[in-house]
Write a protein that binds this ligand. Sequence first.
Ligand SMILES: Nc1ncnc2c1ncn2[C@@H]1O[C@H](COP(=O)(O)OP(=O)(O)OP(=O)(O)O)[C@@H](O)[C@H]1O
Length: 717
Amino acid sequence: MAADLTPSQSKVVDFPYLPNSTLKVVAGPGSGKTLTLLHKVYHLIESGEIAPNEILILSLTNKAVDNVITRLFDVFEQLNEKHTEEQLREIIGDLEVHTVHGLANRVVIENEGIINIIEENGWRGLMKLVSEDFWKNKRPRMPSTKDFKKLFEQYKNQKTGTKDVVKKLTDIMQNCGVVTNEELIDRASRYLSSDLVSESETMQYTRELKGKIKVVIIDEFQDLYPSLLPLLRRISLGKQLILFGDSNQSIYSFLGSNKEAMRAIEGIHTGQDFHVMHLHDNFRCTPEIMAAATQVIPAKRKEMKDGEIEKVCKDKCGVKPIMENFSNPLDELEFVRDQISQLVCASARLSDIAILTRTNNQMQLIADHLQSYGINSHKLTAQPDWMTDTRIQFLIDLMKVISLSHREESLERKNSMNRPWKSDFSLIVTLGALKGATNQSIQILYNECLRRDTSLWRYISSVPVSDWPTAVTNKRKISNCAIELQKLMNNGEFLYSDDPMHILREICSFAHEMGFQMLQPTSDGDAEQFRQHLEDMYTILKLCLTNRPNDMPLIEWFLHSHFEQSLSYYHQNPVPRAGSRDVLKISTIHSSKGLEFPIVFLMGGLSWFQTFSQFEDNVLYVGMTRAKNLLYLLNTKHPGLDCEPTKRNIMANEKFWRYYNTDLNRATAADSMSAIRRYDCLQRKYGGFSINHRPFSTLSVARNNKLIKLVAYIARK
Ligand SMILES: Nc1ncnc2c1ncn2[C@@H]1O[C@H](COP(=O)(O)OP(=O)(O)OP(=O)(O)O)[C@@H](O)[C@H]1O
């Protein structure tokens, strides 16, 4: 049944189901790990031993989960001999495929109700509650939310130091259902180990996870880190645990040691219950790319001497990775732009090309630069962009303040006990963004609420400003914000509205009236991006309208479900034009893991305008092995890489383009002369410089938008 698999892939697929055991599959880049995993799942089900809902597939990133979900149907359909399409979809729908955090979230929500994972704005809000004393004698003096988060975790784990502060913050988080990722994992593992749960009729999902799952498959084991262990151990006990991954592609070391996590996971089942298999073949990269990539991993370099590298299945293409170093970032941008022109004048499509960067900022700079020439790019991000936009998160927090405060008020009217005050956290985030509301004022107000045992909302909305502690500054501004919030709250048309546009308009006008600094666009591009993200939020609000439970207002349903709904919408509707021929892809290297592209530009040492730092071996390795046929290494200085200047004139290399098109199953390319003619024609008409004398840093020429608009046009042809 696994006819087109290699013998080593088939061995993995045919490995028997053994409860209480671990199978670790070590699979290099492009070795068909995902394909083998999907075959394995199909085989487990078809063998009749395991039902689809007894299989749990876990990964760390949404991207890896996406990758599995999108490929499941194709592989199942290809292997299927007896089921109808509907039955196949039902089988796939029964599989449990999650990120580790998504699974933990589901378990915790079932047991505790809605919780919120703390985000950037949340940390900023919490920082408002920390007095200046906290930072005395600490570094850095101007702490970022990242510094604060680190320090907070440190104190919490040590349970020493400034106890009062940490207690105050953990209390408010707990009261308002706000958790860190680590807490989420901890709580989920407690529910999965608690005997109480199994007795409860209502905790069906948690119970099923504990009882029903027989096989746990972890994709990309190299992404695991120690704080996930409680959950992973709990979920794998007594099951068959199948691990797929490649430790050379471990690129999340900043989250914790993968080695340590793997030692612990490999200790779950040991001795005869622990099996290891290898997938050695590489189906993706050219031998030239793989030879270079092997050089950046010291252990691999050694293996290569012993003649034990992966078997590369493709023939040589005759072109080594193209390496260039630039001291001027503009030169580099112009080089990329010019190479893209050449590639599309030969026979590449823009959609074949991916530009991989180290940081999000770098990605944005390159996207903006190319956009200024009319070259469109599609950003590959781990989550839909709008969800990571702090401005949108802020608007969602505003909706939470209104919804939660309203609920508190109505419960109060019914004289129900309503502690703890769930709205406090979102209100602190809101007030914290108000121009002129100082940290000190927020701290004083909040301490006053604690003293009076009342909610922050109740305090600022009902205690006259004249009675507020004198040290609170900008009282009018804060009270005015409360008055405007109250108006929205009293306005049934807003809270119970079924009109997504009305909701969005009202919340945006409130934010606009209040003049929240963080919503002010910094440039036209920024404003446009915000507009697009608002449009995405509108789409999800509209989606929520179609599947909202009858007894729940739209706003409340959106607040409950927007995260999951947005991810599933994103799975089903990848950003328009993402696959179209006139859009190239741009991504951080981290977000490109698991993907492959015919041509890759790897943008190295552009911690632009800062000091150059060397690539981490594994990050470089992951980036390089995304390329199928052609790889550019720009400013990727690395001791393992041989930096001899490489031949640039790829456009005229007919042999390469024949290889390229054959590999991608496309018709043979036009001859090199016509590619050069097309390129020269472009230059004469729009740039006026010849291919042999490219002035890379001449901005005046580079800024000629028409040139690249034409290139984009050609790419569409
Ligand atoms: N047996 C096979 N025969 C032909 N092509 C294969 C085979 N196995 C995998 N491939 C192809 O190899 C490429 C890489 O496969 P896949 O994406 O599953 O690799 P991977 O091991 O998950 O890579 P990475 O670890 O880099 O994410 C895909 O294009 C896939 O279709």
